[in-house]
Design a protein around this ligand. Structure first.
Ligand code: ZN
Length: 494
């Protein structure tokens, strides 16, 4: 099947036919998390959106190199270059080494992404592992005259850049708007202009994360990492750069300026952005009390949540909206999504039980049309809600077949199973979850603990027969029981 994939390019503000620069190879870069806190819903949406793009591009035959970075230095609290480094601040508050903070939350992020069915990217570079590349980028921009050094820091000269190029082209604004909307700070300022952004910051004496550079001991500005690492792994011109809409300005705007100021041309062909998530109609924020981490969703452990919502329910819910529309999380909406997903999986289970009939009324033409409609939805800027609605229609038909109100030919049945496998599992990345498996695991654990308590009591009573029996039977089942000074420990070797 020939695919004409159309995607919305934020830069041109139009839908465009996707034409890779170097087919069948596709390079895509997505801004990953700043690892200073537990992953939350705001992390789930871009990860899932670009996971769908990654899966779909591969499915239609491209060889995709997907780079998603880990920001572990340089992201200051307020936008570009104000406040404290987010990771350094967390490290200071918790008396940890900054890399401990980054490592811990990177692991938490990976665990949450795996639960959500998000495939790992091809390369996951860390900003701290690419300080040399970032320093090189800053040197290039300086030598081309679009940056200046001030008190050991280096700033991008936005006004000078804007004389020749358009600063603001991605976010559709001009320099006056940016100037009028930027805050003026009291006191000394190292910048020539408020709109200038940091490429390199000199570290204050108390700042722990620092590296030597030609200008000072310091650290890179937040925007430099994506330009430097995108170019390193995908080349000076690559296909897709993605991220959340909140990154369009200033982060991606600055990335464009850095690319042009360093290499004389833009790096990215298509810019793609997912829209934001609200909770009960409100923006999500720590101060608003509606900040819910993914783990809280998975366990139901938050006052705003009626119950636990499984990772696949969250994934399905996100996919039921087009990535460019907003998504509002509420208990009602999540429960509806869980029901919808169950309907889909029930139909798939029924598919396995349906007996075909050689003279069945539903034939291969029906399935071919269904598949064509599903691809059409995906080719139209990854329209997952429309794809899901086609699958729901097919579910109705499957229910008729299961109720023996309709019949299907053997080849149509096989094709229908294959279509469901491709669209639900390969492309949407949904997998059936074992209902309540977590609770069951917890119950097993309690039962083992109980047996071991009985064994301890038997030992205390010198009832060796009982204590040996429990140990031997557990060992036969694969449980390794150890008596340590701290008490009895066990694990299941499987
Ligand atoms: Zn980025």
């Amino acid at each position: 099947m020939k695919h004409e994939l159309v995607i919305y390019n934020t830069l041109t503000r139009t839908k465009e036919l996707f034409k890779p620069l170097n087919a069948p190879h596709v390079g895509m870069y997505v801004c990953g998390p700043t690892v200073y806190g537990d992953p939350h819903l705001g992390h789930a949406r871009p990860a899932i959106t670009f996971d769908i793009l990654f899966r779909y591009l591969k499915h239609i035959g491209y060889k995709v190199r997907y780079v998603r970075n880990i920001t572990d230095v340089g992201h200051l609290e307020h936008d570009a270059d104000e406040g404290e480094d987010k990771i350094a601040k967390k490290a200071r508050l918790e008396q940890l080494e900054p890399m401990e903070v980054a490592e811990y939350y990177t692991l938490r992020y990976h665990q949450a992404m795996e639960a959500l069915g998000v495939l790992p990217p091809s390369i996951e570079p860390h900003a701290t592992g690419h300080i040399i590349e970032q320093i090189e980028l800053v040197k290039e921009i300086l030598s081309n005259g679009y940056a200046y050094e001030s008190e050991g820091s280096v700033y991008f000269d936005v006004e000078k850049y804007n004389q020749k190029y358009h600063y603001g082209k991605l976010s559709n604004r001009n320099l006056e708007d940016v100037i009028n909307n930027s805050r003026t700070l009291d006191g000394v300022d190292e910048k020539h202009n408020q709109v200038d952004f940091a490429l390199w910051k000199k570290a204050q004496p108390q700042h722990i994360m620092r590296w030597p550079s030609p200008w000072s001991e310091g650290f890179p500005g937040w925007h430099t990492e994506c330009t430097a690492m995108g170019r390193k792994y995908l080349g000076s011109h690559f296909d897709i750069h993605g991220g959340g809409m909140d990154l369009v300005f200033p982060h991606h705007e600055c990335e464009i300026a850095q690319a042009v100021a360093s290499q004389g041309s833009e790096m990215v062909h298509y810019w793609m952005h997912n829209n934001m998530i609200t909770i009960n109609g409100q923006k999500m924020g720590k101060s608003l009390g509606n900040f819910i981490t993914l783990e809280q969703f998975f366990t139901g452990n938050h006052k705003e949540l009626d119950e636990a919502y499984s990772p696949m329910t969250i994934r399905f819910f996100i996919l039921q909206a087009h990535y460019r529309s907003t998504v509002d999380f509420s208990n009602t909406a999540l429960k509806a999504s869980r029901k919808g997903m169950e309907r889909l999986f029930d139909a798939m289970k029924q598919l396995g039980r349906i007996a075909p009939a050689v003279d069945g009324k539903v034939d291969k033409t029906y399935v071919d049309q269904l598949v064509a409609k599903c691809y059409e939805a995906m080719d139209d800027d990854l329209n997952t809600p429309v794809l899901i609605s086609h699958l729901f229609e097919a579910c109705r038909m499957i229910n008729q077949l299961a109720d023996k109100q309709n019949t299907i030919t053997p080849d149509a049945l096989e094709a229908l199973k294959e279509a469901f496998r491709i669209f639900t599992s390969d492309i949407l990345g949904l997998r059936m979850e074992d209902e309540g498996s977590g609770e069951r695991e917890a119950a097993y654990g309690k039962a083992i603990d109980l047996l071991l308590d009985i064994r301890q009591k038997a030992k205390a009573n010198k009832d060796w027969a009982t204590s040996d029996l429990i140990r031997d039977e557990l060992a036969a089942l694969g449980f390794e029981v150890k008596d340590t000074r701290e008490g009895v420990t066990w694990k299941l070797n499987r």
